[in-house]
Design a protein around this ligand. Structure first.
Ligand code: E4P
Length: 218
């Protein structure tokens, strides 16, 4: 399973990259706003900086909600760097735009997926990735992981090449469950990724090894 980090924070992206396990980055307008990135030039510069840190796919989301606007924005984004994946919402014009980008060889990430039907349409349009939002489904008392499993089954039935990019990951257990089900990619915060390292027995075991070493080596 590929590991993407879900942030526009350059320090966190660099930290994940330095771990040596990072395969890509996802951003969205809220994450860009959180970093205080505004204005066309600053937004473009920021995407370029992210692409310089990571050797992998970087999702950059369009703001337009009509076909023409999405095409104009998406083509400009795709020209910034070969790592850029154009992120498009699952709406009617979004599906048309994904088909257009797919025919032109531009990679896409179909976002805001909350149902298997939406994921099926996105795959038929040729999306490179679909982003089902696990955490936001959990927030409304619906098991987000059930959706990942449902999409996995559908895509496997028809050998769709669209990759399941499990998004809105909040906890390390989400990552483990995604891997068990067979999501192609997960995107989450650095905290969820580094939490995978933690186990109290590791801490206890390491402390004991070091103290035993000290006993005989001074
Ligand atoms: C996915 O691409 C989204 O950017 C993200 O995963 C949404 O996560 P959130 O529900 O934690 O905002």
């Amino acid at each position: 399973m590929k590991f993407f980090i879900d942030t526009a924070n350059l320090k966190m992206i660099q930290e994940a990259q330095d771990l040596g396990i990072l395969d890509g980055v996802t951003t969205n307008p809220s994450l860009m706003a959180k970093e205080g990135i505004s204005g066309e030039k600053n937004i473009i510069d920021h995407y370029k900086k992210i692409c310089e840190i990571v050797d992998g796919d970087v999702s950059a989301e369009v703001i337009s909600t009509n076909f023409e606007g999405m095409i104009e924005e998406g083509e400009a984004l795709a020209e910034l760097h070969s790592n850029i994946v154009v992120k498009v919402p699952i709406i009617k014009d979004g599906i048309k735009a994904i088909k257009y980008f797919s025919d032109k060889g531009i990679k896409t990430n179909c976002t805001l997926i909350f149902s298997a039907g939406q994921a099926l349409l996105a795959a038929k349009a040729g999306a490179t990735y679909v982003s089902p939002f696990i955490g936001r489904l959990d927030d409304v008392s619906t098991d987000g992981m059930d959706l990942i499993a449902q999409i996995r089954g559908i895509y496997d039935n028809y050998l769709f090449e669209t990759e399941i990019l499990a998004a809105s990951v909040r906890h390390p257990i989400h990552i483990i469950q995604c891997a068990e089900i067979g999501a192609d990619v997960m995107t989450g915060p650095l905290s969820a990724i580094t939490a995978l390292l933690n186990h109290p027995l590791t801490d206890i075991g390491l402390a004991k090894f070091l103290s035993d070493f000290k006993k005989v080596n001074g």
